[in-house]
Design a protein around this ligand. Structure first.
Ligand code: ARG
Length: 460
């Protein structure tokens, strides 16, 4: 006695509805973010089909395919393109649309291609766009930290280790440390962008196809530097690549989390070193006086979230044998969330850094006499006392440390990278160099897509 099971007719056969629900997962929603990429990938593939021996598509058919793909992109912009459960994913939704519009021509587009290389190329194109935006946002925030550092370069701030008062420092050192951290994050993003710049299209199901397809041509048409060479590797690297992108996002979030933690602490009334702009804080429904640093707190929690997405993608990839496995589909949501959270964090943090104020009087109060203890010991060294003796002398006479001028103490720290030896101009140059390189890559990628689609990309 069998239970009657509902089934759905899909492009790839009859599938039981619970099984379809389960296997499709979040794809109908997540894949909406891949429509542009899927259409661009299909356009390049169609051009390649029209140029290869045997001309699977005629030039006229190829033009009509591209016209319909651009129409899909436009309808996605207008919010009128949908991916149904029976479609399963963006790839079959686009194929269904092409077939509805163009009949047999639409049915030919999937020749010599698999959804496996299709989704792989979609994700590379998606990641490329996201990295362009993310790098720009990270550079913008780095610039805001640098501007704050320059404006407050000489304002003394007690340096802390273990959160305990340590040595004389400056607001300029504190703020530009966060800017330099973002510079390194940007360099890492640039190297991930470079690794991303390899096209998996034409790898098909994981093993290539028995026809002379031109993978270099499709790579070039899509604005990639080169194809991924080995067709099996092109599929194996999915998931692993996502984990790499997410780890680079995680580095950005580590930078933000540290700055956020500093600000939560230093804006407490007990410190009062900095003040956040009013419209970047939130209030309480019961306590009228409250202005809470919620952005900083959420940056802290979302840094944890991005790292857990990273670990999840890596863990999915870790258990897999060579060749496409459906597990890989589950790395897609992790990737998209991690990128969105990182970019959102950068955008929310920017006005906070742009509008925050430093309070020199409150900062000065952080200079208890013990902050100068090391400086005093080092003065004895310049009078000829061995350092360890000077150290012990000061350690046993801490109550004799008098008040000193923090600004004067700062002026003596002139060596490379110290509070009075910071090269802000160098930092600014490095930042604008990585930013300009990202922008150049973006322009050339968009120019390639515009040529391919015969209309300006991004399509409006
Ligand atoms: N939605 C699928 C994914 O993201 C597309 C590839 C499906 N391929 C397959 N052989 N079932 O992985």
């Amino acid at each position: 006695m069998g239970m009657s099971r509902k089934t759905l007719k899909t492009t790839v056969g009859l599938i039981g509805s619970d099984v379809l629900d389960y296997t499709v997962g979040d794809d109908p929603t997540l894949d909406l973010a891949l429509i542009d990429a899927d259409c661009a990938g299909s356009a390049a593939h169609a051009v390649m089909l029209s140029r290869m021996p045997g001309h699977i598509l005629s030039s006229a058919e190829c033009r009509s395919v591209i016209r319909e793909l651009v129409a899909v992109m436009r309808s996605a912009r207008a919010g009128t393109f949908s991916i149904t459960l029976a479609d399963q994913d963006v790839h079959l939704a686009v194929e269904r649309t092409l077939t509805e519009k163009l009949g047999d021509t639409g049915k030919k587009v999937h020749t010599f291609r698999s959804r496996n290389d299709q989704v792989a190329v979609d994700l590379r194109l998606f990641i490329r766009e996201e990295l362009f935006g993310l790098m720009d946002e990270a550079a913008e925030l780095a610039g805001a930290f640098l501007a704050f550092a320059r404006r407050h370069a000489a304002i003394p701030m007690a340096g802390r280790t273990h959160l305990q008062p340590a040595m004389p420092s400056s607001v300029g050192l504190w703020a530009s440390a966060h800017a330099e951290s973002l510079l390194d994050d940007l360099r890492e993003l640039a190297s991930v962008l470079d690794l991303n710049d390899q096209c998996p299209l034409g790898s098909a199901a994981s093993y290539g196809v028995p026809a002379p397809i031109d993978r270099r041509l499709t790579a070039r048409l899509l604005g990639f530097k080169r194809p991924v060479h080995n067709v099996l590797y092109a599929n194996n690297v999915r998931g692993k690549h996502e984990a790499r992108v997410l780890a680079a996002c995680g580095q950005v979030m580590l930078t933000l989390a540290r700055a956020a933690e500093d600000l939560i602490l230093f804006t407490m009334p007990e410190f009062g070193y900095f003040q956040l702009p009013e419209d970047c804080t939130t209030g309480s429904s019961i306590m009228p006086q409250k202005r809470n640093p919620d952005v900083c707190e959420l940056v802290r929690s979302r840094a944890a979230r991005v790292w857990s997405r990273t670990v999840c993608a890596a863990e999915i990839a870790r258990g897999l044998p060579s060749g496409y496995n459906r597990d890989l589909q589950d790395t897609k949501g992790e990737l998209m969330d991690g990128l969105a959270v990182t970019r959102g964090s950068l955008r929310a943090f920017l006005p906070l850094v742009r509008g925050m104020k430093a309070d020199p009087a409150a900062l000065r109060k952080g200079f208890t006499p013990d902050v100068f203890a090391t400086d005093v010991a080092l003065e004895q060294v310049s009078a000829g006392v061995p350092f360890r003796d000077a150290y012990h002398y000061v350690k046993t006479h801490l109550d004799e440390l008098g008040h000193r001028d923090p600004a004067e103490a700062l002026r003596r720290k002139t060596h490379y990278g110290a509070p009075a030896g910071l090269d802000f101009a160098w930092l600014a140059r490095e930042l604008s160099a990585v930013r300009a390189a990202g922008k150049r890559r973006c322009r050339s990628a968009h120019a390639a897509l515009s040529r391919l689609l015969g209309t300006r990309y991004p399509v409006v």
